[in-house]
Design a binder for this molecule. Sequence first.
Ligand SMILES: O=P(O)(O)OC[C@H]1O[C@H](O)[C@H](O)[C@@H](O)[C@@H]1O
Length: 287
Amino acid sequence: MSLQALIESSPYFSITNEGELTLLTMNAPWGQAVISTQGAQLLSYIPADQTDLLWLSPNAKFAKGKAIRGGIPICWPWFGAHDGEEKYPAHGYARTSEWQCTQIQVFEHQAKINWTLASNPAYPPYASNMELEMTLGEDILLQVRFTHTGEIPERYGIALHSYFPVTSINQTSISGLNGKMYFDKTNSSIQKQIGDVSFSGEVDRVYKDVKGECVLNTNNQRIQISSLGFQNAIVWNPGEQLGSSMGDIGPDHWDSFACVENGNIQEHSPMLIKGEQFVGTIRIARR
Ligand SMILES: O=P(O)(O)OC[C@H]1O[C@H](O)[C@H](O)[C@@H](O)[C@@H]1O
C-alpha cells in the first residue's frame, strides 16, 4: 500500500515535503512526530505537554542520498567507515535510503509505524531485510529486526544514532556508564569510565558491554535511554573546533546536542548465519 493510502486510513497522520525529502507527520493528542521516509528517521518527537525529546540541527540538509543531522538515524548494515570497502558510505546505506512504510496503527494513547528496507545489491555482501517498528506514545520505542538470508555467514554493524537536545554541552553529563571500558576514537585508546561522562572538547567513545540504561542529565531535564539487545553505547559530541567546521552543525549549534547511541559494533557486531535474526530495542523517555 502506498504511504498516501496508509495515511488516508490513519487519523492524525499527514505527508509534507522538506527540501527533496518526504516527511510523515503525526499530530495526535499524545504527541507530535516528524519522520523522514529517507532513513525512516524519526526527526522530532514532542510528547503532549513536553518539549522535543530529540535534537534536529537547524542546519540539517534535506537532500536525497545525504544524511540528515539529527533525530535518530539508523546506521546499518555497518557503523562508521566500512571495514574493507573504502568507497562504501559512512554508517551504512540505511540512513540515506528510501524506506517503505508498511503499516500505521493508531491506538488510544499511541501509534505504531512499521517500516522496511531491502538490502542494497550495490553494497554486497549484506543479504537481509531490515524492519523497524516505531511506537510513539508517552515515550519513544524503536525496535529494529533483521534476518540474514545469505548462504555465507555475515557480520553486521547496527546503531540507533540518537541526537538529544542539551542546554549546554559543557553542563551535560551521562550516568549509567560508570566502570565501563570504552574505545576512545579521538586517540584510539582503551579507557575505563570513572563516574559520569562529562564533555570537554571532542568526545567520541564506544562503550562496551553496556546493558540496561543511561540517563542524560542537562540543566533542565533528564532523558532516560534504555535498551535491549544492544551492547554498545556510543557517545559523541564533536566539540567546538570540529563542530563549527561541520556545515550541517556550525559554530552556533555544536554545543546544543549530545549523541547517545545504542548499537552492536566492533567486537559486538553480530555474526549471523542464514536464517538468524538480530533484534534490538530502545526506549527514550523524559523522567
Ligand atoms: O558525520 P556522521 O557520519 O553522521 O557521523 C557522526 C558521528 O557518528 C558517531 O557518533 C561516530 O562515533 C563519530 O565518529 C561520528 O563522527
